[in-house]
Design a protein around this ligand. Sequence first.
Ligand SMILES: NC(=O)c1ccc[n+]([C@@H]2O[C@H](COP(=O)([O-])OP(=O)(O)OC[C@H]3O[C@@H](n4cnc5c(N)ncnc54)[C@H](O)[C@@H]3O)[C@@H](O)[C@H]2O)c1
Length: 443
Amino acid sequence: MKIGIVGTGYVGLVTGTCFAEMGYDVTCVDIDEKKVAILKAGQSTIFEPGLDHLVARNVKEGRLHFTTDLSEAAKNCVVLFLALPTPPGEDGSADLSYVEGVAAELGPIWSGNDAVEYRVVVNKSTVPVGTAVRIRELLEQGGVKAGIDFDVVSNPEFLREGSAVDDFMKPERVVIGTSSERAAEIMETLYEPFVVQGNPVVIMDESSSEMTKYASNAFLATKISFMNEVANLCERLGANVDQVRHGMGLDSRIGNLFLYPGIGFGGSCFPKDVLALQNTARASDYDFKILNAVLEVNDIQRSLLAGRIVDHFGGSLAGKKIAIWGLAFKAQTDDVRESPAHSVINGLLAAGAEVHAFDPEAMETSKHVFGDSIFYGADKYEILRDADALAICTEWREFRRPDFDHIKTLLKSPVIFDGRNLYRPDKMKEFGWEYSSIGRPVK
Ligand SMILES: NC(=O)c1ccc[n+]([C@@H]2O[C@H](COP(=O)([O-])OP(=O)(O)OC[C@H]3O[C@@H](n4cnc5c(N)ncnc54)[C@H](O)[C@@H]3O)[C@@H](O)[C@H]2O)c1
């Protein structure tokens, strides 16, 4: 079966590569010529564990193709995925211009081409309820007939950056939103190789499918904000959030995942998706109160670490050098979109600090944001020399067990602000560190 993928970012590239790995013939299209040139050479354009190797193999073996020409990807495919950006518009609602723009281009490409009798257009972007209907209208306006020439399916993506390949290869569930039996059958066949262990392919209507994605992300964001508030209260009461989390997580109704407090959620999905759902609710005259609180708590949490550092140094960081470990919004990715680490850096710069940062994968992506306004170090120890404090912003494995004795010889004084709770407060105190973390007071 021939598959087309429009947009080769985090979702499109992983989707296309994983389908090719299963043996499908995949053509990915992107408007970014530089990206396409790199991909055509068999190299990945993002850091995602396991992806480089799969891209290289599938390009070499001729199952994975890249182009900048939409018609080349769309013409002969049976299934066409849209994996396009849906960033927040000015009012917080999802900006559908990328998705709608491509949908408007498809009609003319397909109305003059009879090589393929029937196609499924699959929307993988995270989009508000009603978008499948809107895509169908745009295709019809372009001259193709819904239900005869094509159907539009909602197929939200649940992969996590940092384990995207694994998540795509072995999804916990595949959600397919369609009211067309013909399209549902094609989609089920398409995903068969990914669910051989019996994980469910859930078929539902388009609107419910679109809503499932937003509700899932908003719920996860709610868990994070909830635990951040629990942590903040623990600090005031002398309780330890690690122990509280453990005690809570053993209750099967709660579960032990996603209960880690920190410096707020970020990334390209949670902030924008919570905003978009809040906006959808508002447009339906519904005040989704929890979402307002989730975002408010997150804003506060994202400014917490910088605020603590500024307070520690008496209200100003002029003349202070602060070292930062971690720039990515989470470990195992180079993605810095809405990274909480960047919020910390902005707070430090605003207070007059000189910032020296290190991240194993996200230095290049951060350079696009900060340019020369911060310094980038070649390794995690180099940036500590003569720094007044170290702040930890991303939970990379290589930060978990550093050489503390060596760090002490480099820093001006032994001060660590840990936004990811990587070390034990009692041990840090015992070894003479001034150590501040989230929700774990030092007794
Ligand atoms: N990143 C994630 O972890 C994740 C997970 C699940 C769902 N999503 C959703 O998937 C969608 C895509 O997210 P992403 O992170 O892959 O975005 P991305 O920004 O990484 O990639 C989007 C790609 O689309 C390309 N593009 C833009 N306009 C185009 C056009 N007209 N034709 C062809 N290509 C075009 C861009 O150049 C870019 O390469 C979003 O709606 C997002 O919310 C993302």
